[in-house]
Design a protein around this ligand. Structure first.
Ligand code: COA
Length: 193
């Protein structure tokens, strides 16, 4: 049976993979969000203002906590599995769940980069995603210059399908986006028969 966005529940056990766990955002994550907001690209792909103040970081966290109730999806904080220190964010966006699809997104705070945190987060996110009834396909849309994100998606098993031309406006420009997807492990298309 296919779930609808309104049926979804926050996981009872935090999804984990490698060195990270995915959990709810907490007020103590404000310093990580403030650091994320210093990245020139992150504010162009979400609702976090550039160089966010403490109040703006708090509002961002409050918005993430409402995403599931709004039917948008799961806005996870990526945290160190041992220390629980916040390292970044990872989202599973479910508006297209009635069609069997969901989108993914991720960012890592600059000081936590360079050790594969996003790939671990994406694998934890995918493991959780396959617990949702009726979800068959995860999609990641990535700008072609963004090698770190391309490597993250490929490490997590996503495959490149093609280029969506002038697909979206990011940072005031109409940009091309690579489409990467990951299929449910037991997925079979009619052509496999
Ligand atoms: C994309 C992002 C989440 C990856 O963070 P991370 O987990 O720390 O990634 P890493 O630094 O460990 O790099 C992952 C891979 O990319 C490679 N890489 C990283 N930066 C690179 C660069 N500038 N040029 C080429 N390769 C790069 C690494 O060598 C590594 O390769 P490997 O898998 O072959 O070892 C992070 O760069 C980020 O938050 N960027 C801004 C937000 C963003 O772009 N989000 C994704 C939107 S689609």
């Amino acid at each position: 049976m296919t779930a609808t966005p309104n049926d979804l529940q926050w996981p009872t056990h935090a999804p984990v993979y490698g060195a990270i766990r995915l959990r709810q955002f907490e007020d103590g994550d404000i310093p990580m969000i403030e650091e994320l907001a210093t990245d020139p690209y992150v504010p162009t792909i979400g609702s976090l203002p550039a160089n966010a103040t403490t109040a703006e970081a708090q509002s961002y966290i409050d918005r993430q906590r409402c995403r599931l109730a709004e039917g948008a999806g799961f806005a996870f904080c990526v945290a160190d599995r041992q220390t629980d220190v916040a390292l970044g964010n990872a989202g599973l966006w479910v508006r297209e769940l009635p069609h069997g699809r969901a989108g993914v997104g991720y960012s890592v705070a600059p000081s936590a980069r360079g050790r594969g945190v996003a790939a671990d987060a994406l694998r934890a996110l995918a493991g959780f995603a396959w617990t949702i009834d009726g979800l068959h396909r995860l999609e990641a849309r990535i700008e072609p210059w963004n090698t770190a994100s391309v490597r993250t998606a490929e490490t997590a098993g996503f495959e490149r399908e093609g280029l969506l031309r002038a697909h979206e406006e990011i940072g005031g420009r109409r940009v091309d986006l690579l489409m990467y997807s990951l299929l449910r492990p037991d997925n079979r298309s009619v052509t496999d028969n």
